[in-house]
Structure formats: C-alpha cells, structure tokens
Design a protein around this ligand. Sequence first.
Ligand SMILES: Cc1ncc(COP(=O)(O)O)c(C=O)c1O
Length: 443
Amino acid sequence: MDKHVTRRRFLVAAPAAGLATASAKVPAPAAKSALLGGQPVRTQRFPAWPVFDQKEERALLEALRSGKWFRGYGDAERVVPRFEQAWARLTGAKFCLATSSGTGALQTSLAALGVGPGEEVILPPYTFTATLNVILNMYALPVFVDSDLETAQIDARKIEAAITDRTTAMIPVHLAGNVADLDTIVAVARKRKIAVVEDTCQSHLAEWRGRKAGTYGATGCFSFQASKNLNCGEGGAILTNDEELLEKCFAQHWNGGARSEKYSDLLHGSKFLMSEFQAAMLLAQMTRLEEQTKTRGQNAQYLTSLLREIPGIVPARMYDGCTRNAYHGLIFRYRKEQFAGLPRAKFLKALSAEGIPASSGYTPLNKKQYLKNALNSRGYRRIYSKPQMARLEERNLCPVNDQLCEEAVWIMQSVLLGGRGDMEQIGQAVQKIQAHAGELVRA
Ligand SMILES: Cc1ncc(COP(=O)(O)O)c(C=O)c1O
C-alpha cells in the first residue's frame, strides 16, 4: 500500500480498488446496506469455536479408560493435579487449585478469605453477573466502583473513596482480556489492608508489567467455560502464592475436606471440584493457547488501528501497565451522533446483515432487579440497617458505566482468530453502515 494513503482512506479505497483477495468481493460503500437488501460485505463464516481434534479425543478417552474420574488428593498420576501444575507453571503462580467453574473459584476465594455478612466487597458494575452473585451468596454488601469509559475496566482511581471500615475484599475484573489498573489496585489494597480477588475469568495469559494477570491478588480466579479463550465446557481455577490460603481454598472447595492436618475439621465449605475429564480437555486445549492468543492479539491490534480511523468508533484502550491484552473480546464505543443518530441496536442488526457478528455487551449490574431483591431479602434486612441500605443505593450509582453500557460493542474472541482480510471486512462493514446511516435511520 502507498505509505501516504492513510488507514482511513484505505478502508474506503480498498473495496473500490479491489485490493486484497478478501476485500476484492466487498461492495464499495456506495452499495446498498445489506439490511436494506444490498449485498453483504461478507458471506463466509468466521473461524468455528471451539477448536479441537484427535488430541482432545485421545485425552478424554485416556481419562475414561483410567477408570479414575475423580481428582484424588494430589496423586501426581491424576489429571487434575497435572493440570494444576501446568497452569501454575504457565502463569508463574506458586500454586493452582482447579475448580468446577469460575464462579466456584470466586466463591471459594471469598469463603477462604473469611468474607461474610456485615462486610463490604468492591466490584465493577461492568462484568458478568457471577462477580456480583458470589458476594451476595456470602451476604456481604456489594459496593460498585464506576467504570473507566476509556478502558471499560473498573476506574481504580475511585476505589479508595469507596472503602469503609467494613470493606474486607475487592474483586477487580480484568475484562475482555484487558487488564485493570493493577498498580493502583494493589497499592490501595496494601494501604487499606483489603484482600484482592482478581477476576481473571476473561483474561487468560494477559499480563501487567510482564507478569500474568491473576498473580497479583490474594487469589486470581479463572473460568474455562465454553466461551472462554481456554475452554473445557465448564471449569475454573484459583491461583495463589499463599500456601495457607491454598489449603483453605482446598478445604472450602471440598466440603471442608482438608488435605493438610492444620485445617482438618476446621472449615465447612461447599463443593466445586474439577473432574478428570475437564482437566484432560484443558491440558489438550492448553497446547493451542499461546498461538491462539498471539493471533487474537495481532488481529485485534490491526482491527483497532482500522476502527480508530472511523469517526464515532472509539476502541477501548489499555493502561500503560498492560503488557499483554488476551482479547477475550474487542470492545469499542459506538457514538451514534456520527452515524446520523442510528441507534446501537440497529447498528448491530446492520452489522449482522453485513456478515459481522457483534453484541452490545453487559447491562448495568448495579441496577439489576435481582440485586434489589437480594438486598431486600429477609436475611439482608436482618444484617444491615435501613440507613445503611439507603446510603448504599447512593454509593452504587455509576453514571459513567451507564454511558458505557449504552455505547459498547463487543467483537468476540473467536472472530479474532481469522486473518487480516477478515479484520478489514469488519472495518469495511462499519464504514458501509456509516455511509448508509441516514437511510438506515429512515428505514
Ligand atoms: C468476568 C467473569 N467472572 C466470572 C465468570 C464466571 O465463570 P463461570 O461461568 O466459569 O462460572 C465469568 C464467566 O462468564 C466471567 O466472564
């Protein structure tokens, strides 16, 4: 490409000039929007998810034929302990405990840290519902800290003001493969003596200053649910560098069954064990993770550079400390003012008609009806006073997050496993919609 052609002009020029093979079939922006009956920018599918072959089949059969389907107590022959060692090695954590889900990992962490009724736990309002549920399950008060519009992460600068003498833990989420501001989070947590449970459910192999996300907090919690970058259908893991906390987590995730004498008969707990089949899948899937993460990273960076050139499209940025974004998703803000006022829902419909899958992401967690119901339940009303609850309502307002929830668009991780041509088509589809935004509004 001519060096003097800007990316923005490239996006417009590529289809007309019939440049790359992928873009040769792309209709010029002047063509009719696919939602209005025109030819879509793209008709081929994006890469299928999950990715598997005989490696996974062999691993599952081996686990099956071993006749030992339960993890055992740490027997090196079993698959779960082997996975735990491998995940700890890959992430640089001292210890790993596999769990049945990311929710189980978070719940186990809070329980092992002794979080309970009467206490407050800080979390972001822009995350999957499990981050909130585990706090409610402990009858603790969820205290939301607003989002940072530019990164879609928790606004770490606002955490300290949300801390009270009842705050015992915070669950910062590293959302969509990106990393929350760990410098600020760790410094505040140290200063105010608050436990950090990193929700790393979406950020496998993401890094902060060259060290893996999930290794900065008291624990780091991963999910291996079907949509995640590392996937075994359902699964999770806890990372920690604290051996005592590991043993408490172990007991907590197994109905109090301790493997060390020290915790024998001391804790009750719940049951969140990983099975041998899940671990077998994970060991096989892990062989692809680094390569897939590289591909997502390269594609996401390229796509970001293209989208950034389109007026009204604002890709989420990373903090300086984020040295690797794992891109569980690529998030951008859609400013409808630059699209003739076309509502986001219709923009997404138009994008889908052009052959590009995308979604609107989360709705505000701090406004969920089930949260109101929980806080109004008999148990909560017995633990917390009316004035405390009224104050909480005010503290939990998150106006920046409301805007984020209205504007965000997510392109999911499997779409980022394609090639550069695929990314160009995404950019072209957005441009095409912009060119036809007026007609789309009127249609
Ligand atoms: C940010 C976040 N936290 C927690 C979870 C819960 O993980 P799981 O579905 O494995 O229980 C998820 C999974 O979607 C998640 O995305």
